[in-house]
Design a protein around this ligand. Structure first.
Ligand code: DGJ
Length: 495
């Protein structure tokens, strides 16, 4: 069996400020590679995010934030092991960029058992090395505890820290122990098997106490070679893999291999007790632009392809979403007229077709004609209906647009870009895909966005951010959060 190496290199920071800007990686061997994958694209480094694959070396850097200089702040990264012979070697030091008075104690743990600890390290000390047999550990945690509580910046480096193993590679547990139940926007997010999600351009359905998340499986790249993947969760943080619920192979030939299946969404029809999935189906180069419809008798499928169509006047159908109003009325909203104009169309009672006879202004409406919007999302709160959409720039981010109305068919009024702060004009490098009410927190909502990686779509990320709406208001703002939890919403985050 091949022996492989899994390396942690770079920086664990205990920073006073909640800055998201990147700490420099410290290993001369891997730092330039790490920077090129992270910084070039987004300029944001998240805790435990893999940085680069370098042969058999899986290179990562971790970063934590602690507020308050006098706290006993520590930074940590936890790695899960899967048996096989694991040897852990490396060294640790205070980073050259740390404050002059920075000092810390490094330690390595298996659960509550300390396997190794350093002396108190100061900036400028030579790195201290370790070599440990961790073959009996399930998870190994690397910790750096700040020793001088007054050091403003105490960056701590794990240099060439490497697990040598057989078989299944170790992986970074993205949520350190003290971040359990936290959302970490943009970080690698894994299902309960430890596998990164594939639910891009996705949507959520809440049904009988469980959330269902469907989205594009791009593990094989851009084309629809896999299909629609689904996950389920009771708390929105931990997701079980429900598998591929609409396999690409079950769709007509033109919508797979060279075609695409984008932005699938599911709704439940109370009258028929059927779950419906709508999606944007397209051929090579987005040439046919049609709506696809599939149905299932259970929320987690399997879904069976029914048909494809263009709901209105044979106009193109691309980025889409579904909306079910409180009165049970179903709507599909999509980029029509070659993406120049959004259409919203009332569905019939089955949710499987437009309501007929079709009549503009009565059963369907044009929104922001000529405005070139994509990625539409509709929801409502109190008397106001909200529509969030991106502009059109392929897989690259742009500024979002908010519209409000008093009925789903409008008229819709433009309300500007609700994102605020640095990178808000790029929607924090995301594109909208879904908004849900935050469970148990009236007035709070969760924005779900895709952070596409245009060079490697399968390696795109998810950014979920909370925001608050004052009932009846025509505006709200969405700010960046490096991490957050549902439980903390009411206390800390209200803008
Ligand atoms: C942006 C859309 O929102 C995506 O769903 C996808 O269609 C890309 N454009 C393709 O460039």
């Amino acid at each position: 069996m091949t022996r492989m190496r899994f390396s942690i290199t770079g920086v664990m920071c205990v920073c006073f400020a909640m800055s998201l800007r990147v700490c420099s990686a410290a290993s001369p061997k891997f730092s330039s590679l790490a920077l090129s994958t992270m910084h070039v694209k987004y300029g944001i480094q998240q805790w435990g995010e893999p940085h680069a694959l370098n042969g058999d070396n899986f290179v990562v850097a971790g970063q934590t934030f602690a507020t308050g200089v006098a706290t006993a702040a520590s930074s940590r990264v936890t790695v899960r092991l899967y048996g096989g012979a694991h040897v852990l070697t490396g060294s640790a030091a205070i980073d050259d960029h740390a404050a002059a008075n920075a000092s810390a104690v490094f330690s390595i743990w298996s659960g509550k058992t300390r396997l190794w600890t350093s002396a108190i390290m100061h900036r400028g000390d030579v790195p201290v090395s370790f070599s440990l047999n961790v073959s009996r550990a399930h998870e190994v945690t690397l910790k750096a505890d700040r020793h001088d509580g007054n050091a403003f910046n105490c960056r701590c480096d794990w240099l060439n820290t490497t697990f040598t193993y057989h078989g299944r590679p170790p992986f970074i547990v993205d949520h350190p122990a003290n971040w359990r139940n936290q959302f970490v926007p943009g970080a690698v997010w894994r299902d309960t098997n430890g596998v990164p999600f594939h639910a891009h351009g996705g949507g959520l359905l809440y049904y009988h106490g469980t959330w269902y998340w469907v989205g594009e499986d791009k593990s094989q790249g851009y084309n629809n070679t896999v299909g629609v993947h689904e996950y389920s969760s009771r708390d929105l943080v931990h997701w079980n893999d429900e598998g591929v619920v609409l396999p690409a192979a079950s769709l007509p030939e033109e919508f797979r291999s060279k075609g695409v299946c984008e932005r699938p969404k599911i709704v439940y029809n109370r009258l028929s007790n059927v779950f419906l999935m709508w999606m944007h189906l397209d051929a090579h180069r987005y040439a046919v632009a049609r709506a696809g419809i599939a149905t299932a008798t259970k929320p987690a499928g399997p879904y069976r392809y029914v048909t494809s169509m263009r709901p209105i006047n044979n106009s193109t159908f691309r980025d889409m979403n579904l909306f079910v109003d409180t009165d049970g009325g179903g709507y599909v909203i999509y980029a029509a007229e070659n993406n120049a104009t959004l259409y919203i169309v009332r569905l019939d009672s089955t949710y499987g077709a437009p309501r007929v006879p079709e009549m503009e202004g009565t059963t369907w409406a044009r929104i922001a004609a000529g405005g070139y919007h994509e990625a539409p999302v509709i929801w409502h709160y109190g008397p106001v209906y909200y529509l969030l959409a991106s502009h059109t720039s392929g897989w690259y981010p742009n500024a979002a647009s908010l519209f409000t109305a008093s009925t789903p068919l409008g008229p819709w009024t433009y309300r500007g870009n609700p994102f605020i702060g640095a990178d808000s004009e790029l929607t924090f490098y995301t594109q909208s895909t879904c908004v849900i009410p935050a469970p148990g927190h009236p007035g709070w909502f969760v924005y779900m966005g895709d952070r596409w990686n245009p060079q490697d779509l399968g390696n795109s990320r998810y950014v979920w951010l909370p925001f608050h709406i004052n009932k009846g208001s025509d505006s709200f703002s969405i700010a960046w959060r490096s991490h957050w939890s549902l439980g903390g919403l009411d206390k800390q985050l209200k803008p």
